[in-house]
Design a binder for this molecule. Structure first.
Ligand code: GTP
Ligand code: MG
Length: 324
């Protein structure tokens, strides 16, 4: 899908009367796309009644979007897949080396995860991308805005202002195209992601950032008994982000902390938090590390990138190559 996507209202969906619609909207599902990517258990939780009814509504929503060409059919030909891949675009990170590591920049139609320790540069990369995605395509951008979902309270408009100025852009204009959403707990995050599609459309966002993606769930779901529930909710959340990236041809960037893996005797004893749930949904995972005054980035678990490492620096320009 491209710029021309317009979401269709819930009132057009079979089985959704005014009362049901009201309940869905109250529960955070306020678009057909939101309903189409919801889980039956979620819809049941909002509407009450049988899960089977919830499943049907989701199916009707999907069918409606499919008919309008707004959702991929269940079976598509390899040629169609190929065409879709060709529509994929990339956003420059500001560092040529980091772009090369990503084979040209941060991709649309997928999720790119930056993980690493405190101060490794995750949030700085996110801030830089909010600016570079607004550049015209010939300068490595997508000519659109960004949505920044901040779960850690580290969003800094002053820093965006500085990076925009350093790149000789009009800072006021640039800031106007970055939509911030501050999130306070895991349920809030889930709700925000459920209703994200209409903001992507309204603000012509080409990039969605979640900084960071699992810290809230990690802090709130403690103990082994709650682990399955947590993983299921994370799985749901990350797959919604992935669908959003695919349907709107936008880039999704998430950050993640590392957790130490004490049973590793060789190599780096750290790995991204979140386990397989996050690993499977993310298209690219980049491990960031402090390396003296610079930062190193290593691509891990990629289906088509060779394992490789590069370095960059954090400056007033945001992210940059190391000057020689
Ligand atoms: P956590 O969120 O704590 O896990 O870390 P993070 O990986 O998000 O780190 P972040 O991106 O916030 O990096 C922080 C580092 O970026 C600082 O230690 C500084 O070295 C650098 N930095 C932050 N702001 C600026 C700035 O305005 N100018 C420059 N030159 N460097 C900055
Ligand atoms: Mg951070």
């Amino acid at each position: 899908m491209d710029e021309s996507v317009v979401d269709v209202g819930l009132e057009n969906i079979k089985g959704v009367g005014p009362k049901t619609r009201e309940k869905l909207v109250e529960g955070g599902i306020d678009s057909t796309l939101g309903l189409a990517v919801a889980l039956p258990s979620e819809v049941k939780g909002i509407l009450g009644g049988e899960e089977e009814k919830a499943s049907k509504l989701i199916l009707y929503a999907r069918q409606h979007l499919e008919k309008q060409g707004l959702l991929e059919k269940e079976f598509i030909t390899a040629r169609e897949v190929f065409q879709k891949r060709k529509a994929m675009k990339r956003i420059t990170t500001g560092s040529q080396n980091l772009d090369n590591l990503l084979l040209g920049g941060v991709e649309t139609q997928g999720i790119t995860e930056f993980f690493g320790d405190y101060g490794s540069g995750k949030t700085q990369i996110c801030h830089t991308l909010c600016i570079t995605c607004q550049l015209p395509p010939e300068q490595g951008g997508l000519g659109g805005g960004a949505i920044y979902i901040d779960t850690e309270g580290t969003f800094r408009p002053e820093r965006l202002f500085q990076i925009a100025e350093a790149k000789e852009l009009d800072p006021e204009e640039v800031l106007e195209k970055i939509l911030l959403c501050k999130v306070y707990n895991s349920s809030h995050l889930e709700l925000v992601i459920r209703g994200l599609s209409k903001f992507v459309e309204k603000y012509n966002a080409k990039l969605v950032i979640v900084d960071s993606v699992i810290s809230l769930h990690r802090a709130e779901f403690i103990g082994r008994g709650t682990l399955a529930n947590r993983q299921q909710r994370l799985n749901n959340l990350i797959h919604k982000l992935l669908r959003l990236a695919e349907i709107y041809n936008i880039a999704v960037v998430v950050t993640n902390q590392v957790q130490s893996k004490p049973d590793t005797f060789f190599g780096d004893p750290t790995r991204p938090a979140g386990g397989n749930v996050i690993a499977h949904a993310c298209t690219y995972r980049i491990y960031l590390k402090k390396s003296g005054q610079y930062r190193s980035a290593t691509i891990v678990d990629s289906p088509c990138h060779p394992y490789s490492t590069t370095r960059f620096q954090i400056t007033e320009n945001g992210i940059e190559d190391i000057s020689t």
